[in-house]
Design a protein around this ligand. Structure first.
Ligand code: NCD
Length: 322
């Protein structure tokens, strides 16, 4: 193991993962390399005892299919156990308990906590009183760092590189927390960013400013037809209906963009289309079998990346059982 990886391994151990802004480039490279080991070892069950005896607690105060199930599957694939509340809204927070108290108590029952909550900053509040690592699986419109890690892994496995790529982000760039977290990871690489959206749900200015400070090229447009032509990756997102106030124009925005086969035909032959899912109308199911559509593989990768992350925060290296 290289010195850089040794440092990354040490910093991730026992560390809260609440924002993608706290990762170094070495942390990312370490996680990508462990994720790839987890992927290649999955069928031989190479690491099926790595987290034997460890307990993951999942606390989801918002709906989830992929994130929660892939975290729970990841823990079980590594031989660990999972405790959960049926619906987090049905736990003591419904009686007025603070997130800090919930974090304190649950951390006495588990070795790692994964949480999702509608409020920005909620994962930090839970982490502030937790004696075990807390992983943010989405705090309102703010961040979703583990989705960003699996997105980064998917881009790397599809493109075999992370530099010199032109990546388009389409849809709800204002409330889309997966976009916010992913661009923070991509700032370390030589990426040309094209943000495609209606101006009312454009990428927040403070995020595009950070990218510019890092020397990244940033373009903003409403014109998907022109933008798609020279992209290497198109990252599509759902309009985040649940984050709109009733005065906002969700109905005007929901059908503004739809990726169809005819539009896809105008893109580069090796375009990769990603989406964190769930999709609504923004990608036509008719393109699911097109080799450019990689969003279901992206969802599969969530298990491998979450296996890697759980092992990393619990201080276990997959080599130990190989
Ligand atoms: C995303 C989320 O929850 O932010 N979903 C996910 O975790 N895969 C995207 C979304 O809900 O649109």
């Amino acid at each position: 193991m290289s010195d850089d990886f040794r440092v990354a391994r040490k910093t991730l151990q026992n560390h809260h993962i609440t924002s993608s802004q706290s990762f170094t480039k070495h942390d990312l490279e370490y996680i990508l390399s462990i994720t790839s080991k987890m992927e290649s070892g999955i069928h031989s069950k190479t690491n099926s005892k790595l987290l034997d005896g460890y307990i993951l607690a999942t606390l989801f105060f918002e709906p989830s299919t992929r994130t929660r199930l892939s975290f729970e599957a990841a823990m079980m694939r590594l031989g660990g156990n999972v405790i959960t509340v049926e619906q987090a809204m049905a736990c003591s927070s419904a009686k007025g308990e603070s997130l800090e108290d919930t974090g304190h108590v649950v951390s006495q029952y588990a070795d790692v906590i994964v949480t999702r909550h509608p409020e920005s900053g909620s994962a930090d509040r839970i982490a502030s009183k937790s004696i075990v690592p807390v992983i943010n699986a989405g705090d309102g419109p703010n961040e979703h760092p583990t989705q960003a890690l699996l997105d980064l892994y998917t881009i790397f496995s599809e493109k075999k590189k992370l530099d010199n790529l032109k990546i388009g982000f389409l849809g709800d760039l204002k409330f889309g927390r997966t976009v916010h977290s992913l661009v923070h990871l991509l700032r370390f690489y030589s990426i040309n960013f094209t943000f495609i959206s209606h101006p009312t749900i454009a990428i927040p200015q403070h995020i595009s400013n950070i990218l510019k400070e890092y020397g990244c090229q940033v373009t903003e447009t409403e014109d998907l037809e022109s933008a798609i032509k020279d992209l290497d990756v198109l990252y599509v997102t759902r309009i985040q209906k649940e984050r709109f106030s009733k005065d906002d124009n969700y109905d005007d925005l929901k059908d503004k963009y739809q990726l169809t086969q005819s539009l896809l035909n105008t893109s580069k032959a090796d375009l990769t289309v990603l989406h964190p899912l769930p999709r609504v109308n923004e990608i036509s199911p008719a393109i699911d079998d097109d080799p450019k559509a990689r969003y279901f593989k992206q969802a599969e990768n969530g298990v491998y990346m979450r296996m890697a992350l759980l092992a990393a925060v619990l201080g276990k290296s997959p080599n130990q059982t190989m």
